[in-house]
Write a protein that binds this ligand. Structure first.
Ligand SMILES: Cc1cc2nc3c(=O)[nH]c(=O)nc-3n(C[C@H](O)[C@H](O)[C@H](O)COP(=O)(O)OP(=O)(O)OC[C@H]3O[C@@H](n4cnc5c(N)ncnc54)[C@H](O)[C@@H]3O)c2cc1C
Length: 400
């Protein structure tokens, strides 16, 4: 692929003009079904236009270009409303993990399909008894000839209701300490024994699910990264997740009102001279600037070929705090219309929705407390949390 950055920018501009709605036009009304369909169409067209999978190898459906092209693409994309959210985990986490850990056969089979959104993937880590301490998970995978048979329950699985595949971490050796006996599997969500049950959230949507696995048989060729290597693959995936949320590259922050829009809102509501509103907006602006510097640092590290490290936790923590702070400022500016609105009041419900949805950012991808632990241990060099069961076989550790 020999496109200069300028040629690439021109091609991106043309594509977006034909395939997306400018950000300054009224918001596109998508329901889940139309959003997913539009996401698949958009990414398929993007790949057909020679713009999909920018940094991934050509032989696996990408363009083999460097990260400066991603930067250009994102600059242009920021001017448009694009249906990216359903593929945020698929592209932000599953795709880089398959690129890093997939066998050549797995990559040939899936990578281009993920790029095009012919396949959308989800992340199957959390369980009712294993969230922050995900390494203690109990879903079992037992070898049976050329197959592995999976039994267990996952929870909070974002997007499973429309996804085609999941990357599922399961316990393959309970006699090993908890981090060691894990393996990562590709699970086709249409297989018999996979039961996906949506969970209803406080904001009215059903973004995530419980996924029950009952005698689900997957081939040995669905093992990613090798038997017993699941924790390494999972850690890489969590790093990609924190960077994706923190650096804002996958639409994870989409929909949040930033200080610019809120300043406009304050002006329209006659609050621009109010010292309380001004102070809150200034604080928000400062934290946004900090976030953009952290994002810059992460992108530069990635450009120089470094794998994402604990700076992903700094970015993710700040993004979660920022999201909540922005929602608080927005609801303060909205006044009573943030609590009660008419059905026909176009932007009425969005204020309340931002307030009840934003705390989720401080939980997804590891809670704020867990990010602080990681920063404490890996950045500040503080002692690790004590673990009385360290080194003991998983099956010998008591669980509730
Ligand atoms: C919007 C959203 C999307 C999600 N999507 C997915 C998904 O697609 N796939 C998936 O697998 N999971 C997903 N999750 C689940 C998410 O990863 C877990 O909710 C998260 O890791 C926390 O686990 P938990 O809910 O079991 O809480 P727990 O681990 O039970 O934590 C409960 C409380 O204890 C605190 N705590 C726990 N351990 C410590 C500690 N060592 N030190 C200090 N405090 C601690 C936590 O901070 C928290 O406040 C999603 C969650 C959300 C909110």
């Amino acid at each position: 692929m020999t496109l200069t950055l300028d040629e690439f920018r021109e091609r991106t501009k043309e594509f977006l003009a034909d395939n997306a709605v400018p950000r300054n036009e009224p918001p596109v009304e998508w329901n889940e079904e139309s959003l997913v369909a539009e996401c698949r169409r958009f990414h398929g067209a993007l790949a057909d236009a020679g713009l999909g999978g920018i940094t991934y190898p050509e032989e696996y459906g990408g363009l083999s270009l460097d990260k400066s092209y991603v930067e250009v693409f994102n600059q242009e994309l920021s001017q448009y409303q694009a249906p990216l959210v359903p593929a945020a985990i698929s592209h932000g986490m599953c795709l880089p993990v398959m690129n890093d850990f997939g066998t050549p056969e797995q990559r040939t089979r899936h990578q281009a399909a993920i790029i095009r959104c012919d396949e959308i993937w989800c992340q199957m880590f959390s369980e009712p008894g294993a969230g922050s301490d995900v390494a203690s998970l109990a879903t079992r995978a037992v070898r049976d000839g050329d197959e592995w048979v999976l039994n267990g329950q996952k929870v909070w699985t974002s997007g499973a209701q429309y996804c085609d595949y999941g990357l599922c971490v399961a316990r393959t050796d309970p006699t090993q300490p908890k981090h060691r006996g894990l393996s990562m599997f590709i699970v086709d969500l249409s297989l018999p024994g996979v039961d996906i049950r949506p969970l209803r959230q406080i904001n009215g949507s059903s973004h995530f699910n419980e996924v029950y696995l009952t005698d689900v048989s997957v081939g040995h060729d669905c093992l990613v990264g090798g038997e017993g290597e699941g924790w390494n693959v999972a850690v890489a995936m969590l790093m990609y997740e924190r960077v994706a949320i923190g650096a804002g590259g996958t639409g994870a922050m989409a929909g949040r009102k930033g200080s610019k829009q809120l300043i406009r809102e304050a002006q329209q509501r006659g609050r621009a001279g109010d010292p309380v509103a001004r102070e809150a907006l200034a604080d928000l602006y400062i934290r946004e600037r900090i976030q953009s510097f952290i994002g810059m640092r992460i992108r530069q590290a990635a450009e120089s070929g470094r794998a994402p490290g604990p700076e992903g936790s700094i970015a993710k923590l700040n993004a979660a705090i920022l999201s909540r702070q922005a929602a608080d400022v927005a609801i303060e500016l909205a006044g009573p219309s943030g609590q009660a609105w008419e059905a026909e009041d176009g932007d009425g419900g969005q204020w309340a929705d931002a307030v009840i949805s934003s705390p989720g950012m401080g939980i997804a991808g590891g809670t704020n407390e867990v990010q602080r632990n990681i920063i404490g241990e890996r950045v500040l060099g503080l002692p690790k949390e004590p673990d009385p069961y360290k080194g003991q076989p998983w099956e010998a550790v008591p669980r509730s």
